[in-house]
Design a protein around this ligand. Structure first.
Ligand code: FE2
Length: 412
């Protein structure tokens, strides 16, 4: 009888422990599902007084929001923070899985001010992170530019991001010229992209434009189905001042004396050309930098997109665009300053076109436009720093082992 009582006691204790263990597991899983992931600072049209923030949770959130405060006041118990409510987009990843993407644009911020922020809801908050708004006047600054990442994003490209951050912790934002992943509609590829980046996009604003790999492959679909991946807009909240239907893939913003223009080389280039002319005819910034994924003067043996030369170059020439940042060809090149498809004489104003590549996928460069090139190369994972001050633009390309690969200056 005594043995029976002991066994009953042990059985009861076992059941209790199992229930408690399961409850703990469930609580842990719930916490994980509402934990903010893929937090990104996105550039806005007015980076001196606003900041867009996006993040993802695996479960729906009751009151997703951002809490923001001047960083210097975070530890002061008497200071008050502001709350900004988020807009949520649910994205079905497959029949069983839905992702919840949250988006906030913080407005009425002070220029050149360090802020602390966190994202989350009642059940779970991120850590506090920091960002600094742009200055509202022309002031020297540095930004980084990355060509295609696309393949071995997690295993190999993590290196280039870490070397870039260690070399240029002062960079104000990072600009990605498309093909951040190989298959844009595959959420696992974006998971690897964000894993490779770690906490960097939480504290450095990102500027992104789509490459062809953020679109479906034209060879396998009908023209009516050719749209940017439905993961693009939920992941990023970018300026909406582009042509109708191309918002957040075509946009412009001013940053401390530079007019930046992001173009979408995948579709409706004539529409973009009209928009570009309008933006540039109203531009008041002394420097103009354009980015587009597909290059104007291709260095790929299999490609030569002369349509961009016919449509875009006359506008770049008319408005004296200083620099065009491109990707797509999985190699490196930098042209001499060009006008009307020719090298300009020494001392004359022209546009410099560069193509770069961040990841480990390489194509051999073609010699088609060698007469326009100051440098060509391939088989290097690269990143670029661009420092702009009042009279000079300083451009440096570095390898993944942090060796200077190319450098030049443009003078006003
Ligand atoms: Fe591409």
């Amino acid at each position: 009888m005594k043995a029976f009582r002991i066994s009953r006691y042990l059985l009861f204790t076992g059941v209790c422990l199992l229930v408690m263990f399961n409850h703990g597991l469930l609580a842990a899983e719930n916490a994980l599902n509402s934990f903010p992931e893929r937090i990104v600072l996105n550039i806005t049209q007015t980076p001196h007084n606003s900041q867009a923030i996006t993040w993802k949770t695996r479960e729906t959130s009751t009151y997703p929001r951002v809490q923001v405060i001047r960083a210097a006041e975070l530890l002061n118990p008497e200071s008050t923070s502001k709350i900004f409510s988020a807009r949520t987009t649910a994205v079905d990843l497959d029949k069983k899985t839905t992702a919840y993407h949250h988006s906030v644009v913080l407005g009425s911020l002070e220029p050149n001010t360090l802020y602390a922020y966190r994202v989350g809801d009642d059940s779970c908050w991120s850590e506090w992170n920091q960002f600094r708004t742009a200055s509202n006047i022309s002031e020297p600054f540095t930004f980084l530019y990355f060509g295609d990442i696309q393949e071995q994003v997690h295993s190999m490209c993590s290196q280039i991001f870490r070397v870039a951050l260690q070399t240029h912790p002062e960079s104000k934002f990072w600009l990605f010229a498309g093909d951040m992943v190989n298959n844009g509609p595959d959420d696992m590829e974006w998971e690897k992209f964000f894993n490779a980046l770690g906490w960097i996009p939480r504290t450095v604003p990102f500027v992104l434009l789509p490459g062809n790999h953020e679109y479906p492959d034209r060879r396998f679909i009908l023209p009516k189905d050719y749209h940017i991946t439905n993961l693009w807009r939920p992941h990023f909240t970018l300026p909406e001042n582009g042509p109708k239907g191309l918002e957040e893939t075509v946009f412009s913003f001013d940053y401390q004396g530079v007019c930046f223009i992001m173009l979408n080389g995948n579709e409706q280039i004539e529409t973009q050309a009209g928009w570009l002319e309008k933006i540039l005819s109203h531009n008041k910034q002394p420097w103009i930098i354009v980015a587009i994924h597909q290059p104007v003067y291709s260095i790929s043996k299999r490609r030569n997109r002369t349509q961009f030369q016919e449509i875009l170059v006359p506008i770049f020439d008319q408005f004296s665009v200083d620099l065009v940042l491109q990707g797509h060809d999985h190699g490196y090149c930098r042209t001499f300053p060009l006008k009307n498809h020719l090298q300009v004489p020494d001392g004359k104003k022209g546009t410099v076109y560069v193509i770069s590549n961040a990841g480990p996928k390489f194509y051999p460069p073609s010699s088609r436009y060698d007469h326009l090139m100051a440098k060509t190369g391939s088989r290097e994972m690269l990143f670029q720093s661009v420092r702009v001050d009042k009279n000079t633009l300083h451009y440096t390309t570095r390898t993944v082992t942090n060796k200077v690969y190319d450098t030049f200056e443009i003078h006003k």
